[in-house]
Design a binder for this molecule. Structure first.
Ligand SMILES: *Cc1c(COP(=O)(O)O)cnc(C)c1O
Length: 293
């Protein structure tokens, strides 16, 4: 069996129409792409990004990076346990070392991930070859296969093309929340003619457009598919929320009986409702919201 077989629960992930008058009154249909159902332990789109990297690592230890609440670290640790390869997580924040672990990092260590804490200046420079070499040495992980923060490299982006391919011919607009932008970069490349991808960044900063271009260049040799970003719905940045956003997410859960993940998916759905309200989604359009977790 390949890694993909062992880790597969449900592909293609289900596509489910929901009736929501905030869209219906503008002549727009809303569909949910249930990537949250792909695998019970590998969080949503992290599955699509990890599998090609696990295959490339070919059993070597996999070392990757993340913050103290990183979904990507969690998914990597779970994959390591399920497939039996060693994992090392480089965690931003030296001050976390020696303190009780938060539930997310505790889960990582329970799954066998070795954690290595680094200070913020070193963490920022982690992609520089000499800094990376030093980190690998300090973590006792020379020879490890290195996956960048958030899991977005060329292999991951190519893996996410399948998400677009599963949606070919199914909707005019496919919307997704973005962290590193790797999933959007692959999704857009996999969609068919006449379909477009819309990204809702959950981080502040406006750097993502250039980053997605770079990822597509690296993965495919140039820009692929039609995509754009709407930068208005980050609610102050990663991990930030407002009472209004929380109320919105709780209400969406009540209306549709789906869990709304708060770091990414709540902001995506809020943005889509706002775009419908503004009349920015053309009448007769089918819009897919990807539930990445
Ligand atoms: C990581 C993550 C994303 C963002 O994926 P990127 O490829 O980094 O843009 C979106 N939703 C959820 C739930 C995630 O965990």
């Amino acid at each position: 069996m390949t890694s993909a077989d062992i880790l597969t629960a449900r592909l293609p992930s289900p596509l489910q129409e929901v009736t929501d008058d905030r869209f219906a009154r503008h002549g727009v249909r809303l569909l949910l792409k249930r990537d949250d159902l792909i695998h019970p332990e590998l969080i949503g789109n992290k599955w699509r990004k990890l599998v090609p990297n696990i295959e490339a690592a070919a059993g070597r230890p996999l070392l990757t990076f993340g913050g103290a609440y990183s979904n990507h670290l969690r998914a990597t640790a779970a994959a390591g346990r399920l497939l039996g390869f060693p994992t090392v997580g480089v965690v931003r924040g030296e001050e976390l070392a020696g303190r009780p672990l938060n539930p997310s990092l505790a889960r990582c260590t329970a799954d066998g991930m070795r954690l290595h804490f680094v200070d913020r200046p070193a963490y920022r420079r982690k992609a520089e070859p000499d800094v990376l070499a030093g980190l690998l040495r300090a973590a006792g992980a020379e020879g490890a296969y290195v996956v960048p923060e958030g899991g977005s490299n060329a292999a991951a982006v190519r893996g996410c093309r399948a998400l677009g391919a599963e949606l070919r011919g199914r909707a005019g607009v496919v919307a997704i929340a973005c962290g590193t932008g790797g999933t959007l970069a692959g999704l857009a490349a996999g969609l068919g003619a006449g379909q477009r991808a819309l990204g809702v960044p959950v981080l502040r900063g406006g750097f993502l457009e250039a980053e997605i271009r770079r990822l597509q260049e690296e993965a495919f040799g140039g820009r692929r598919g039609q995509w754009s970003l709407d930068e208005r719905f980050h609610f102050g940045g990663y991990g930030r929320t407002t009472p209004e956003l929380d109320a919105f997410a709780a209400d969406f859960e009540d209306r549709h009986g789906v869990r709304v993940e708060r770091l990414y998916v709540a902001k995506l759905l809020y943005g889509l409702v706002e775009l419908a309200r503004e009349g920015a989604l053309e009448r007769g359009t089918d819009v897919v919201a990807v539930l990445t977790a």
